[in-house]
Design a protein around this ligand. Structure first.
Ligand code: BGC
Length: 356
């Protein structure tokens, strides 16, 4: 069946802008909703093995939920487009051509996920489109030179496309008028059970790689690209998350769970997430070199989300396709430098199925 598109008002921003919720859907198969505040992915309705459609990403029922102070104070970035640079940068800085750019801290002493007012809090221009076999929205934002102290005027386009087979693609395109760094991602929190009061530990997870990036006490990659063999980061065959996450391991202890980037190899499928209870399965592929996996270690019931549920630790898993964190300061990592005249591009495809 052909995918369809509809839109409705989702709320009004503090500055008085009307925020629109766009839904891309195929009846009884998938419904994806996104909004122009933060180019945020708000809903993902999928059938279970009995055909029951349920929401499988954390979020809020209306814009007010996203604006509430208790949520904003928690730096969770639920469903947000994160930029200019996802994650942390060591020393809150980076250097291009001998000039060091100091970035403002927003989470305690840390510059996280783009800073004080990152892309997650911007109002994006939205252009819905329909083709013969897809529907989608392109969000556009022009980030001024010096925003959050990053150099260059950056124009960025984030496109969500639902195709006739029910696959969702998120693609990124960006240009800059000066040398700068860029590493955007989407920060959705998945829980395929459809019940956000359930932990994701029963989900089976697979990542098609031998390598991950160990972190230091500041949650920054040490620079080592380590082999997963013999570590709790070995998901080379699908394993329940519960089987790995309770292992005695220094890296798990540092992050309170998994909060690590996997170095991807070129493969058709980079990861899968499967919930045996409902049969829902997500299959991920990407052009990005890394997959930051975060088992919502810092959620702590401090705000109410969809249906009034207070999201707890392990209520979800984030699968953030991106360049390696802190790549701007780690010359051995694939580069996040964007030069004038170049086009940054990245694509991630989410496919969904139901298994018996
Ligand atoms: C980071 C975590 C952070 C979380 C929420 C993840 O991408 O890796 O350390 O707590 O986002 O902001």
């Amino acid at each position: 069946m052909s995918p369809q598109l509809e839109s409705k008002t989702f709320g009004v921003s503090p500055k008085g802008d009307e925020i629109t919720l766009f839904s891309l859907f195929i009846k009884d198969q998938i419904k994806v909703s996104v909004m122009n505040y933060g180019a945020t992915w708000t809903h993902l309705l999928l059938p279970d093995r009995n055909g029951k459609m349920e929401d499988t990403v954390l979020g809020f029922d209306d814009l007010e939920g996203y604006l509430q102070k208790d949520y904003q104070d928690n730096y969770c970035y639920i469903g947000s487009t994160v930029g200019r640079v996802a994650g942390r940068l060591s020393g809150n800085q980076f250097t291009i051509d001998d000039k060091t750019y100091h970035l403002p801290p927003n989470q305690g002493e840390t510059h996280l996920h783009g800073g004080i007012e990152g892309w997650d809090k911007k109002i994006w221009a939205a252009a819905p489109f329909e083709t013969d076999n897809s529907v989608g929205i392109t969000f556009y934002y022009k980030s001024p030179d010096g925003e959050e102290n990053y150099p260059g005027t950056v124009e960025v386009w984030v496109t969500y496309t639902l195709d006739i087979t029910g696959k969702l693609e998120i693609s990124y395109r960006a240009i800059s008028d000066k040398k700068t760094v860029i590493n955007p991602t989407n920060h959705s929190y998945f829980n395929l059970s459809g019940d956000f009061s359930q932990s994701i530990e029963a989900h089976e997870f697979f990542v098609d790689t031998d390598h991950y990036l160990p972190i230091n006490e500041n949650s920054l990659p040490t620079g080592e690209v380590a082999h997963v063999a013999g570590t709790p980061f070995d998901f080379r065959t699908p394993k329940p998350i519960s089987e790995q996450i309770h292992k005695k391991d220094e890296q798990l202890k540092l992050a309170g769970g998994i909060d690590h980037c996997f170095a991807l190899k070129e493969s058709e499928t980079c990861a899968t997430l499967f919930h045996p209870g409902t049969g829902r399965k997500l299959t991920l592929s990407t052009t990005a070199p890394g997959l930051q996996v975060y088992t919502s270690n810092y959620l702590n019931q401090s705000f109410a989300g969809k249906g009034g549920v207070k999201f707890d630790r392990r209520a979800a898993i984030c699968l953030e396709t991106q360049h390696f964190p802190d790549a701007a300061n780690q010359p051995e990592f694939p580069s996040t430098l964007l030069l004038p005249g170049e086009v940054f591009q990245s694509r991630t495809v989410f496919a969904f199925s139901v298994e018996k």
